[in-house]
Design a protein around this ligand. Structure first.
Ligand SMILES: [Ca+2]
Length: 367
């Protein structure tokens, strides 16, 4: 029995996460907390992801307060401390099931469906890596398109991919991870056709895309209802509000049954009378049969909005940035699946199957 303790102790002292990674490739992620959650308005549900809550249901008040003061909750650290404590007390009967649970949770976390994956992926976008750290991992030309896989200097994993008609001269200059402005108007960088990509089930294929959709201000509770509509002049305070609420817009596409076909999307929907993002629409086929039966809307996090959604037989109408009303429907899913297909072909020819990220470990990426 002493051997068991010493081996476990050594493993934990070196790195618990490395041990888990050997079993499931990705460790328990450092769960990022968005501004929404750190400003105290989020609920515990927002704060603790489902799978973490499942075996860590009631964090002490002190722990929660400590974590609220940080941008990132480091669950790795918390688990490590708990395990160290159990080891010191030689509570092997508690320790082994906990280790098993960690491994199981690691497995399920890697395979969260769209709506549960979204908050983690969204945090990566909110807290991007340093702009100048981007580097090209591989370039391929397929079907007249230049596909550029981009990583971060010092790491060999894929961070994002761009699909362009012309080759990209300089990824650090041409791809902007943060919003740019012309006057007070938000805009993306020079290259607008890129997105973050993930392989949640570690089968070597991309199954989740966060595609750049433009740049716009996001409506929030602090914006007054009387805020000027499109074409109406803004005063200085209103301009400041317009700028401060502006950000890059990403639409999230997921293949939740890992068959290579996209089956769910979280897409922005603009106001009809204002150039602001009104809400995000989630449209998903829960049976993976092109019937969109799982439809909801929210602003920052699922569950934060109660409103009505127009649903047609063919799909869900929405207003894109700067364009008239369109529809999220089977045709749109097929178009995006064609892009996914193209990207996965490029992954193979670039030999990057093992370099795709699972559920992101945000803290590591930010370093
Ligand atoms: Ca699918």
């Amino acid at each position: 029995m002493r051997n068991v303790f010493s081996v476990l102790s050594a493993l934990i002292n070196s790195s618990l996460i490395e041990v888990i990674q050997k079993v499931g490739r990705t460790g328990v992620p450092t769960c990022p907390v968005s501004e929404y959650e750190t400003n105290g308005t989020g609920t515990e549900k927002d704060f603790f992801p489902t799978t973490v809550r499942a075996f860590f249901p009631a964090p002490s008040k002190g722990l929660r307060t400590m974590q609220r003061n940080r941008h990132h909750v480091n669950y790795q650290h918390v688990f490590k401390q708990i395990l160290s404590l159990l080891l010191r007390q030689k509570r092997i009967s508690v320790l082994l099931p906990l280790l098993a649970l960690l491994m199981v949770s690691n497995f399920t976390l890697a395979q969260l469906p769209l709506l549960e994956s979204y908050p983690v992926m969204d945090s990566v976008i909110r807290y991007p890596v340093r702009q100048e750290s981007l580097m090209v991992l591989c370039k391929k030309k397929i079907s007249e398109r230049h596909i550029t896989f981009v990583g971060v200097r010092g790491m060999d994993n894929v961070l994002l991919v761009a699909v362009t008609l012309e080759p990209i001269a300089n990824v650090n200059k041409d791809i902007s991870l943060t919003v740019q402005f012309t006057g007070i108007n938000p805009k993306p960088g020079k290259v607008e056709t890129w997105g973050y990509v993930y392989d949640r089930n570690h089968d070597g294929k991309i199954d989740y895309l966060s595609l750049l959709g433009g740049a716009a201000p996001f409506w929030a509770n602090d914006v007054p209802e009387y805020f000027p509509g499109r074409g109406v002049a803004m005063d200085m305070d209103q301009m400041e509000m317009f700028v401060s609420h502006s950000d890059l817009v990403f639409n999230h596409w997921a293949d939740d049954n890992y068959d290579g076909k996209l089956d769910g999307v979280i897409h922005v929907d603009m106001f009809e009378e204002r150039d602001w993002v009104k809400r995000r629409l989630m449209v998903r086929s829960s049976k993976f049969n092109d019937e969109y039966d799982d439809i909801t809307s929210f602003r920052k996090r699922p569950g934060d909005l109660e409103d009505t959604i127009e649903v047609n037989e063919s799909g869900v109408p929405y207003i894109p940035i700067g364009k008239p009303k369109e529809e999220i429907n089977k045709k749109m899913f097929e178009e995006k699946t064609a892009i996914l297909d193209l990207l996965n072909k490029a992954v193979v020819s670039c030999n990057l199957s093992k370099k795709l990220r699972g559920v992101p470990i945000t803290k590591r990426e930010e370093q």
